[in-house]
Design a protein around this ligand. Structure first.
Ligand SMILES: *[C@@H]1O[C@H](CO)[C@@H](O)[C@H](O)[C@H]1NC(C)=O
Ligand SMILES: *[C@@H]1O[C@H](CO)[C@@H](O)[C@H](O)[C@H]1NC(C)=O
Length: 159
């Protein structure tokens, strides 16, 4: 997985000089008997690497994730917006602060534009069970000025 993320990082470095309006390829976060999660960067400027250490519809709390990206903006503050859809109908939207000036939850908070982040560790997610179905997820990371840091759309298929 480390090699995979490193390859993606090199890919995103090269892409900085690539002018293209082609879609990024989909990446598999995980696939097992009854769960499949795919994502695709929707940031025209770069792709990024993401993986989880567990693939089960019974989602554990404090999941270990790996995440690699080159910052296109400073992240004194960083927020995540998530929109969840089922067959095109919105189910749930939420916003989660990742880095706040007074509450930097992760070591990469405060990094500057152009720096590379590689994070591997637990995220403070709640445990829950993913219900059977097919879901579309839109994810956007943005900073204190509302500039996009990363964007992805994902598909979750749970049978
Ligand atoms: C992301 O969105 C595009 C355009 O709607 C869609 O074609 C693609 O399948 C989606 N990718 C994933 C992994 O959900
Ligand atoms: C959630 O966000 C999506 C996309 O940003 C939007 O289409 C949808 O209407 C929103 N739903 C709610 C309940 O706010």
């Amino acid at each position: 997985m480390k090699g995979f993320t490193a390859a993606l990082l090199v890919g995103s470095l090269l892409s900085l000089s690539r002018s293209s309006n082609k879609a990024w390829p989909p990446h598999t976060v995980c696939r097992d008997g009854n769960l499949e999660v795919l994502y695709q960067s929707c940031d025209p400027l770069q792709d990024f690497g993401f993986s989880v250490d567990q693939c089960s519809k019974h989602l554990k709390p404090n999941l270990n994730v790996r995440f690699g990206i080159i910052l296109r903006e400073d992240i004194k503050e960083l927020f995540l917006d998530v929109a969840l859809f089922n067959k095109g109908s919105p189910i749930l939207n939420f916003s989660y602060p990742i880095c706040e000036e007074d509450l930097p939850k992760f070591s990469f908070c405060g990094r500057r534009k152009g720096e590379q982040i590689y994070f591997a560790g637990p995220v403070n997610n709640p445990g829950f069970e993913i219900l059977q179905g097919e879901y579309q997820v839109l994810l956007e990371l943005y900073n204190e000025n509302h500039f996009t840091v990363a964007c992805a759309n994902a598909t979750i298929i749970c049978s």
